[in-house]
Design a protein around this ligand. Structure first.
Ligand SMILES: C[S@@+](CC[C@H](N)C(=O)[O-])C[C@H]1O[C@@H](n2cnc3c(N)ncnc32)[C@H](O)[C@@H]1O
Length: 240
């Protein structure tokens, strides 16, 4: 019988992967796409994205893993940056957590590469799904909380969700935009009054990466050559 990974193990594994992302300049590039407004970051990890976001922006970061929060706090100090880092679980937001968010008055919400360790994933996904499907379901469930009015409160204009995965190399940028927009608008953003207005896809160079990513079945994939990619989805609040 195998054991589920826990918060301590995950903080070590994610630290290595995050440093690999950092060595490819991924966080700096993602942060460059975010306007200079107060930003709520969901899932700070070891703070590699936080330190770029905090360069010129007020940042409130939320995370449920105290081991990662400790690493993020140390890293922010070392970088000479500051951010408010708040420990909470997105699946169990208490009144005090909601107050921290509304008091901060975020204009943008970012959630980059959200996932967690086995204990979290199994606690939040029931049923006989395989591990990869559970990881996907965990991400979808947490995205639903992120875009809800508990986290994307009335002051929020922009939501940025970033995930890694594969894209069909035969697809044009316009085709990728249309298919991602159709999916995300229907399942994630339309129910909460937001809509996708931009999708940025960049090649994901995995040199130096040892992290084991799940690969859930994609019913929309029609076959053909694929490439590893980072997909950054931008949605804004609908005005009418
Ligand atoms: C894969 S890491 C990404 C971290 C960071 N965004 C980055 O790109 O380096 C996912 C982060 O989301 C956090 N997270 C996962 N589930 C969470 C939950 N239910 N509540 C709060 N944070 C959560 C994890 O602890 C971790 O810091």
């Amino acid at each position: 019988m195998y054991q589920l990974s826990n918060a301590v193990q995950y903080s070590g594994i994610w630290e290595r992967e995050s440093q690999s992302f950092e060595s490819h300049n991924i966080y700096k590039q993602l942060a460059q796409q975010i306007p200079f407004v107060p930003v709520l970051e969901v899932g700070c990890g070891i703070g590699n994205g936080t330190k770029y976001l905090a360069d010129g922006r007020a940042v409130l970061a939320l995370d449920n893993n105290e081991h990662l929060i400790a690493k993020a706090s140390a890293q922010m100090k070392e970088a000479g940056q500051s951010a408010q880092i708040h420990h909470c679980d997105l699946f169990e937001l208490k009144d005090e957590d909601l107050k921290v968010i509304t008091d901060f008055q975020p204009k943008a919400v970012v959630a980059w590469f959200i996932g967690s360790h086995g204990e979290d994933i199994f606690a939040r996904t029931s049923g006989e799904l395989d591990v990869n499907e559970k990881s996907k379901l965990y991400r979808e469930r947490i995205e639903d909380v992120i875009v809800s009015d508990k986290v994307s409160v009335a002051s929020v204009d922009i939501i940025n969700l970033v995930n890694r995965g594969t894209i069909a190399t035969s697809c044009s940028d316009a085709e990728i935009f249309e298919s991602q927009k159709a999916d995300y608008d229907k399942y994630v953003f339309e129910p909460v009054g937001f809509e996708v207005y931009d999708v940025k896809v960049s090649r994901w160079d995995r040199t130096g990466s040892t992290f084991e990513y799940g690969q859930a079945h994609n019913p929309n994939f029609e076959g053909g050559e694929t490439a590893l990619a980072i997909t950054s989805i931008f949605a804004r609040r609908k005005t009418s």
